[in-house]
Design a protein around this ligand. Structure first.
Ligand code: R5P
Length: 295
């Protein structure tokens, strides 16, 4: 039994005290349970409400992608600057040190390849394995408007149920596919559908009138990077996305295929977390590049 002798009466119980009160800073997440919120807060940083996710999951359907041939070589220098890593369980188990402090959003869909119909994809990693791997989020692609749309949407619904059971947030990857017209009409359709089905974060492409996509989606949007662009263009795209309502980026090739990946990820961080203009953020990349080539 606890020793109650000397027990002091509780202090600070003024009516203005706000213990337990307060909304959650991540859009659409205020009514979620603590575990979901805590995992989301590992992905989307509490100090800025933004995130720079590093996408390195390309191999799940396209094999040894340029820049990702030897994963440790690419990842080791970049991990300290990534707010989150998006990758497959195969790469997590083989190529990421378990001491890694970056939260993991695990790709849990596959079943297709670059040689076949891309949309022929489904949920392929159990939530039990995700718990075992201590992931902060699970990611699955939905192919709205593509041949296997229905199959991917059904898999997505099942994953949402599993995510709620486990307390693991779900990231929907939208607008992937060869023939999609990635305009605001299509991207807002796919993003809103994902949120209505229960996604906690939506990854989608940047487009003209991007505000239409972000403003009609009740959960945070992260911008997908897409094919490698000149650094200033990729930074401009990231700047436009965050100033038009995205909470950050989930970028791959524009970082790891850059001739100075560390400079580039730090330039992206400046844009995403501090609204740095692309013209000044590019200097972070250029300075790092000069330093590296002088060494
Ligand atoms: C999309 O389906 C996958 O997550 C990609 O592997 C990833 O989004 C690609 O990133 P990025 O287009 O920036 O290279």
């Amino acid at each position: 039994m606890a020793d109650i002798e000397g027990l002091v009466e509780a202090r600070d119980v003024t009516p203005s005290a706000t213990q337990g009160a307060g909304g959650f800073y991540i859009k659409g997440s205020d009514h979620l349970d603590w575990g979901m919120k805590n995992r989301l807060a590992r992905i989307i940083k509490p100090d800025t409400g933004r995130t720079v996710m590093l996408a390195v999951d390309h191999g799940y359907f396209q094999g040894p992608t340029s820049g990702l041939e030897i994963m440790e070589r690419t990842l080791e220098p970049l991990i300290p600057y990534a707010d989150c890593l998006m990758l497959t369980r195969g790469i997590l188990r083989t190529s990421v040190p378990p001491g890694c402090q970056a939260p993991i959003v695990l790709r849990v869909s596959g079943g297709n390849s670059v040689l076949s119909e891309l949309s022929n994809e489904t949920w392929n990693v159990s939530s039990q394995d995700c718990i075992r791997l201590n992931v902060s989020g699970m990611a699955l692609s939905i192919y709205v408007g593509a041949e296997h749309e229905h199959q991917t949407l059904v898999a997505f619904s099942d994953l949402i149920d599993a995510g709620h059971d486990a307390g693991i947030p779900i990231l929907a990857v939208t607008a992937v596919g060869r023939d999609m017209v990635r305009d605001a009409r299509y991207l807002s359709l796919a993003s809103r559908m994902a949120a209505e089905m229960g996604a906690n974060i939506v990854k989608t492409y940047y487009c003209e009138n991007f505000e239409r996509v972000t403003s009609t989606c009740p959960v945070p949007i992260v911008m997908a990077g897409g094919k490698k662009l000149p650094e200033i263009e990729a930074l401009t795209m990231a700047y436009n996305a965050v100033t038009q309502g995205a909470v950050g980026v989930d970028m791959g090739r524009n970082i790891f295929q850059s001739d100075c990946p560390i400079g580039m990820i730090n330039a992206v961080r400046a844009v995403v977390h501090y609204n740095e203009k692309p013209e000044s953020a590019i200097k972070i990349y250029e300075d790092e590049k000069k330093k590296t080539s002088a060494a």
